[in-house]
Design a protein around this ligand. Structure first.
Ligand code: TXA
Ligand code: MG
Length: 355
């Protein structure tokens, strides 16, 4: 199929909304990464998203809404008043619209195809203007995973999306580069305590402060790299029907460019990595690689989580374009936003860390 290039002008957004309404697929910018949108209430449309991405169909999608009243039809509860706990209200007031996804018990209006058969639904209200106008124009909530082929780094520009999706989807809104650069924080509030299923720019510390309540990371996020590597092993994950993580996105190979990625932690504690130590260790490894005929490149964001989040996926894709085959990248301190960035970096490296 031919993928229609659309602008973010209102008349184009109306066309995109129409495509979604009749069951088609439209890639669009959000503040985090580009999404691949389909009508969240149309099971057939949602199934075609899995096909376009080459994604396993038990991986649930985030449903995007434009206003608070869109939420009611998606979540389960007897009466309006008690559908939302006080804590849910607090986080939504603090962070919506924005890069926070909240997991709720789902209503029967949401098809199993959208939630991968779970009885919960993940919902987020993006802050990106184009995304919000698209949802309004579609007149339906939009299910949207990141608009990349399964396993690749998430796309943060329209160009990234086209590299993976051109000819596989109906249309793309050619918007701006994404501001945040990594996907939204996924927060499960269905249990007694809030649990972060996927870390993002809205950090555990920030959520805890807003709630006045300790927020935790899901156990799989804090597992040792060896355990993570085992979970991330696609041959194991996909085949292993017994492994049911809370956020099924955790069990597949993720964010991997064509080049091999290695993370360098010059000291036992990432805090102590000095720029000089990193550069000299990376330099040695680069020399070794060159001696083997490889083309290595070194990426260093210092310990700046915001900058690393913004550039990580974009750079992984750019290094592929430039034909490098080994990316040596500096570890960040695993705290606050650094934890979220390291979560992506470790996956892209298949948990290969040089200490
Ligand atoms: O920033 C984002 O969230 C982007 C943009 C496009 O909004 N979307 C995104 O979608 O990252 P995706 O499909 O790549 O990641 C969705 C994540 C996965 O880790 C998935 O397992 C989790 O959200 N998720 C979705 N529904 C869930 C549910 N009901 N319970 C637990 N986790 C869920
Ligand atoms: Mg994704």
């Amino acid at each position: 199929m031919e993928t229609l290039r659309l602008s973010a002008e209102q008349q184009d957004i109306e066309i995109a909304g129409e495509i979604i309404r009749r069951g088609g697929l439209v890639a669009f910018p959000t503040e985090t990464v580009y999404g691949l949108g389909a009508d969240a209430l149309n099971a057939e449309a949602v199934r075609s998203v899995y096909a376009a991405k080459g994604r396993p169909s038990d991986n649930p999608m985030i449903v995007h809404i434009a206003k608070m009243s869109d939420l009611n039809a998606l979540i389960r509860g007897d009466e309006e008043a008690d559908k939302l706990s006080a804590n849910c209200r607090k986080v939504m007031e603090a962070f919506w619209p924005g890069p926070l996804t909240v997991v709720f018990p789902k209503s029967s209006a949401v098809p199993d195809a959208t939630t991968g058969g779970l009885d919960t639904v993940a919902v987020r209200m993006p802050s990106n203007e184009t995304a919000r106008r698209l949802i309004e124009a579609a007149g339906t909530p939009i299910a949207a995973p990141s608009a990349n082929l399964s396993g690749k780094p998430s796309p943060t520009t329209a160009r990234d999306v086209l590299e993976d999706m051109d000819g596989r989807i109906d249309a793309i809104i050619m918007g701006e580069a994404c501001d945040v650069g990594i996907e939204s924080t996924v927060l499960d509030m269905t249990g007694e305590n809030p649990v972060i299923l996927r870390p993002g720019i809205i950090t555990k510390e920030w959520i805890s402060e807003i709630l006045g309540l300790e927020t935790e990371y899901d156990g799989t996020l804090t597992m040792k790299p060896e355990g993570q590597a085992e979970l991330a092993d696609p041959s194991r994950g996909v085949a292993d029907g017994d492994f049911k993580p809370k956020s099924p996105g955790m069990k597949y190979k993720h964010y991997a460019p064509n080049a091999k990625v290695r993370i360098i932690e010059a000291c036992e504690s990432a805090t102590e990595i000095g720029t000089d130590e990193f550069q000299s260790r990376a330099g040695e490894l680069a020399d070794e690689a060159r001696a083997k005929g490889l083309r290595p490149v070194i990426l260093d964001y210092g310990n700046d989580g915001r900058r690393a989040a913004h550039y990580l996926f974009a750079d992984l894709r750019e290094m592929d374009r430039q034909g490098y085959d080994l990316i040596l990248i500096r570890a960040l301190e695993e705290e606050g936003l650094g934890f979220s960035v390291m979560n992506r970096m470790l996956k892209s490296a298949g948990y290969d860390v040089v200490r």
